[in-house]
Design a protein around this ligand. Structure first.
Ligand SMILES: NC(=O)C1=CN([C@@H]2O[C@H](COP(=O)(O)OP(=O)(O)OC[C@H]3O[C@@H](n4cnc5c(N)ncnc54)[C@H](OP(=O)(O)O)[C@@H]3O)[C@@H](O)[C@H]2O)C=CC1
Ligand SMILES: O=C(O)C1=N[C@H](C(=O)O)C[C@H](O)C1
Length: 265
């Protein structure tokens, strides 16, 4: 039985994750950490039978009492870093969906995990379709290197661009390198109109009610465009990947960045 604690358990992803984890054979939810509803029973909150698990605001205490195998984190940047460090130092494998960390922070945790001999995963996106989108985009960039990314999310999202857009841009940059696009003389009449610049690639972030998580990767060539689009129309889309990750990290002794590295191995 894989014992799992969820941090950010009362959030949009945390609730969906707790529901999925308690319904999965071979996995046992043993702790729920959040900053609200402290002391409340998590079962009724997520619409399942009472599990006898109370929401706690103290991850260190939950780890000490429950000795979980895995920490699933869907909190926010600024919180997740402390949680990963706490997990790794206590031999708990972090499975992190939280986005907004810097490349330097991911590198630091990769080194910490290696020195502790503890496995883990930082995955900007758990949806299998999104991972395929990134894979296909990297392939397309070999032939159509001019590309822009438009990511569209619900208006409660705090980080921009999305972790998925950054992962996509990194995958494309590995194939085509840093490359200037558009006119050297182009100028913005409204600051930010051309989006963020990642190695010459423009990334545009849309935030509106109604969206869940969506992304278009648009390639342009002579007389043609190619659009690769992925839509998460509900947060259930992330659950098969999350469950796969929880199982896979049990056999890892290093920190992996990107679920694609466990899925397409
Ligand atoms: N990898 C993936 O596939 C996906 C990743 N994400 C990422 O997951 C993260 C969470 O997203 P989402 O669920 O929408 O966000 P929410 O804001 O709905 O959830 C975050 C939860 O964490 C809680 N929280 C804040 N601080 C702490 C703390 N110190 N300890 C414990 N819990 C805390 C929040 O409480 P409060 O509201 O009181 O602050 C909230 O309940 C984001 O970074 C998002 O980008 C989202 C979807 C998919
Ligand atoms: O905040 C979200 O909702 C999402 N965040 C992740 C990201 O930043 O890429 C994954 C998905 O896009 C949903």
């Amino acid at each position: 039985m894989i014992k799992v604690v969820v941090a950010g358990a009362l959030g949009r992803m945390g609730q969906e994750s707790c529901r999925a984890l308690v319904q999965t054979e071979g996995i046992q939810l043993v702790g729920a950490v959040d900053t609200r509803e402290i002391g409340s029973s998590i079962g009724p909150i997520i619409g399942v039978a009472d599990l006898g698990i109370k929401v706690s605001d103290n991850l260190a205490q939950v780890i000490a009492e429950q000795r979980p195998d895995v920490l699933v984190d869907f909190t926010r940047a600024g919180v997740v870093q402390g949680n990963i460090e706490l997990a790794l130092k206590n031999g708990v494998r972090p499975v992190v969906g939280t986005t907004g960390m810097s490349a330097e922070e991911i590198k630091t945790f990769t080194e910490l995990a290696a020195s502790q001999g503890v496995g883990g995963l930082i995955a900007p996106n758990f949806a299998i379709g999104a991972l395929l989108m990134i894979k296909f985009a990297a392939e397309a960039a070999k032939y159509l290197p001019h590309v822009e990314i438009i990511e569209l999310h619900h208006d409660k999202k705090v980080d921009a661009p999305s972790g998925t857009a950054l992962k996509t841009a990194e995958a494309i940059a590995q194939v085509r390198g840093n490359m200037a696009q558009g006119m050297p003389s182009e100028f913005e009449k409204i600051e930010g109109a051309r989006g963020g610049n990642f190695e010459g690639m423009r990334i545009h972030s849309v935030r509106l009610p109604g969206y869940v998580a969506h992304q278009e990767v648009i390639f342009g060539g002579l007389g043609q465009t190619l659009t690769i689009r992925h839509d998460s129309i509900s947060r259930e889309s992330f659950m098969p990947g999350l469950i796969l990750a929880v199982r896979k990290v049990m056999n890892l002794d290093r920190l992996v960045y990107g679920l694609e590295n466990l899925l397409f191995e």
